[in-house]
Design a protein around this ligand. Structure first.
Ligand SMILES: [Zn+2]
Length: 488
């Protein structure tokens, strides 16, 4: 009897507490976005409510704000699913949606998924941007273009946690503006509550891409539309009469592709927001994001055996890749006509647009043979730091001495338009050399590193590499010699 009374008391108090446990945006009736302090308080409450939720408070933003990283697990051996939101500080609803997810986790409502998977969550990667409703971080940097350079502490934190937990599936959460001036002028624009995108880089194994596109996206679509929200696969570019459309980018400087290059299945969520207004339609934005994020968790839990197999297949395949596509672009090879349901500028109603402007085939335009490794100048502080942040291990150059070393020389440059940008590349010629000063180099042995990721970052003709960034232009010496050497 005593036990029964105690049980009833516990149940009552739990129910009372859990009803009181609402997200800050709910508390404000969606009249304002969650501030940093409210977020920290909410996470503290979630952690105290459910011991399966652990918070790591060791990471900090540029302006010194703690960036909480949550690990939610019932079994540390479970494969990990990684969701991170708000790299762009003015894309607030991803974070709000994530707080709804954390609320359900705290209340134990997602326990059935936690039997199969553990969750790694960063609800607000860019708290400095959040506080001033700004895309960029405290250094004025776009975090979702920093995953090659890895200069920003917020991006370093994403990857430190990636390396620690080796997630099999990642979701990078954003918002987009669909009704821009060009689209309104075009006569119709995007109003999908949720778009989701898959990996498009040519070198990601086809099996991963077709599973993501053929199985994950339809699953997410069903959940999102089932909850009453509109959905489409994520495209950028257009409108169709002005420019082509493509399935996002093959670039590796963003959250989705940089984690995909390491073998994870990786996705992006893009929820619709209103330009310049962080509060407009916040309830729908937050709850549609919550629905999409939760759908990914459900998808991962339901398909975890297949996802583990694909992760193994992808990470092992990428570790033996013998050539790397360093320049790629999107084409419509089949002349296919694609259909979009857009919102008409004139009537505000759904309108069907047919176009051949969607370029859905990614084609490699330049490939290089995967080398055995690279030699980098040992005294270069920026490269040394980059290796640490990018997760690259180096060894003494003596390890490379039995192999052939090549200098990469650029006598001429050429321009190529890729993903709508005119990019200038050195026309590289390889020249075999004898390394007389091995002490001045460190060796990046590709058998001990993530091959695809390192080759794409270090080849001077790579459209994704360090050399395309101003901060690394010095790598090409005045006499046309690239400071990094190739080892075969
Ligand atoms: Zn974004």
């Amino acid at each position: 009897m005593k036990n029964k009374i105690l049980f009833c008391f516990l149940m009552l108090s739990f129910t009372a507490f859990s009803q009181g446990f609402i997200t800050p945006s709910e508390k404000n009736n969606f009249s304002k976005v969650t501030s940093y302090n409210e977020l920290m308080e909410f996470i503290g409450q979630a952690v105290s409510l459910n011991p399966a939720i652990k918070a790591d408070y060791s990471g900090r933003s540029v302006q010194g704000r703690v960036i909480p990283v949550l690990f939610v697990s019932h079994n540390p051996d479970n494969p990990v699913v990684y969701l991170f939101a708000q790299q762009h500080g003015n894309e607030t609803a991803g974070k709000e949606g994530m707080l709804f997810l954390i609320k359900e986790l705290a209340e134990g409502k997602l326990d059935n998924y936690l039997q199969k998977i553990s969750l790694l969550l960063i609800p607000s990667v860019n708290p400095d941007g959040n506080e001033v409703n700004r895309r960029r971080n405290g250094n004025g940097a776009d975090l979702n273009r920093d995953h090659i350079k890895m200069f920003q502490p917020e991006v370093q934190l994403i990857h430190e946690n990636y390396r620690k937990y080796k997630p099999v599936l990642c979701v990078d959460i954003h918002e987009y503006v669909g009704s821009t001036e060009e689209w309104i002028k075009f006569g119709a624009y995007k109003t999908y509550n949720i778009q989701t995108g898959v990996l498009t880089n040519y070198d990601i194994p086809e099996k991963v891409k077709s599973f993501s596109k053929g199985k994950a996206i339809p699953f997410i679509k069903e959940k999102v539309t089932g909850a009453g929200y509109t959905f489409n696969e994520y495209t950028v570019g257009g409108p169709p009469n002005l420019a082509r459309l493509r399935y996002s980018t093959t670039d590796i400087n963003d959250g989705r592709t940089s984690t995909g290059l390491l073998g994870s299945l990786s996705f992006i969520i893009e929820g619709k927001r209103e330009d310049g207004d962080s509060v407009a339609n916040l309830k729908v934005r937050a709850l549609s994001q919550f629905t999409a994020a939760k759908a990914f968790i459900e998808f991962a839990a339901e398909n975890i055996d297949e996802i583990i197999k694909l992760y193994k297949y992808s990470s092992e395949g990428l570790s033996i890749i013998d050539s790397v596509s360093i320049q790629q672009d999107h084409f419509n090879l089949t002349g296919k006509t694609s259909e979009f349901i857009l919102t008409s500028s004139a009537t505000g109603k759904d309108t069907l647009i047919k176009t051949d402007a969607l370029h859905e085939n990614v084609v490699p335009l330049k490939k290089v043979k995967t080398p055995a490794g690279y030699l980098i100048p040992a005294s270069d502080p920026l490269l040394k730091e980059w290796c640490e942040n990018y997760g690259v291990v180096t060894s003494p150059a003596s390890d490379a001495m039995k192999k052939a070393v090549y200098e990469m020389r650029a006598e001429e440059y050429y321009t190529r338009n890729l993903e709508e940008y005119d990019m200038v590349f050195p026309e590289v010629k390889y020249q075999k050399m004898v390394l007389s000063n091995p002490d001045e180099y460190r060796y990046i042995d590709l058998s001990k590193n993530s091959k695809l990721r390192v080759v794409l970052a270090l080849e001077p003709e790579s459209m994704y590499g360090l050399f395309i960034y101003e901060e690394f232009k010095y790598l090409m010496n005045k006499d046309g010699r690239y400071a990094i050497l190739r080892v075969e």
